[in-house]
Design a protein around this ligand. Sequence first.
Ligand code: 1HN
Length: 343
Amino acid sequence: MKQERIRDSIEQLNRDMSEKSLEGHWNLGLEDLPPYPVTSVQPCLWRWEDVHESMIRAGEVVNLEQDAERRTIRLLNPGIPGGHGTTHTIHFSFQYVKHGEYARAHRHTAAAFRFVLQGRGAYTMVNGQQCVMEEGDLILTPQLTWHDHVNDSGKPIIWLDGLDIPLTQALHQLFFEPYHQEQQALETTSDEVAGFYSHARPALEPPKQFFHYKWADTERSLERLRRNGSGRDPYDGYLLEFLNPVTGGPTMPTIQCAVQLLEPGQETLAHRHTSTVIYHVYRGEGTSIIGGQVFQWRQGDSFVVPLWNQHAHANTSPDTDAILLSMSDAPVVKALDLYREAS
Ligand code: 1HN
């Protein structure tokens, strides 16, 4: 008995334990436990020309009736091996719907939004609420809301889809359900709901279903921020977050959407935070330094700022505003009390 104990060793113990699906924490060194968050997600940028060329080709060869639930092209981050996300939590894709086409009604546990890039007059139907699209509109399809897209506008339409799919997948919560019909019947319109918010009568219950932020309102709010000098954030320029008017909280429980305006020549200070952000250049051109790499961007490009990467943005045009749309996982990081910022 005594002899056996002497012959025992950490190596022997490790081998015996691994056969029983056990592992000792003594195998971790301090090098495995860095004093700051580490991510495999890489800073990267996708050019609009590449997305657009693939999209037009997909319009020729991908048939919405036969081939696919959606004609979408997603952005893949090389830092996620075998994964499908633009980041580890959130994802961007681009969707192309030609005149006369529709994308069938379905719902899923992943939350999504649409941001309209080119075209107008098509609509998304969300839980029976018709949201007619204009460029720059943001349309939400929150967790488990039924949604279908219909284009009878006479022209093709392109929008951006933001989803929390990688996060929902990581939590093993992703499920999907087709609707019993290809399209939903119209019950109300987002204009009727917006009318309620602008002339709210206290005697009535406010609608629980707010899905449509119109660009005309967003633009007006950005202009108001710009006129009010204190609206300028040193790290983000004129930053306007889309709050959910029903909850007063983030856009959706897992996703914060925002637009930020940088005036001609404006440069932000550098900072970092534990949330991850995907940007889309809605208007203008500029440069971002992300984790020490320089990315030059112009209208239509998209780029990723992974968590804890130091970053700063600059509008390099002498005479044109730059407007960035962003999607962040900050609501999740904050809800878990993991949000940190440093400059
Ligand atoms: C989805 O349902 C849509 O409804 C777009 O338009 C993109 C990407 C992954 C999973 C579901 C849509 C999607 C998606």
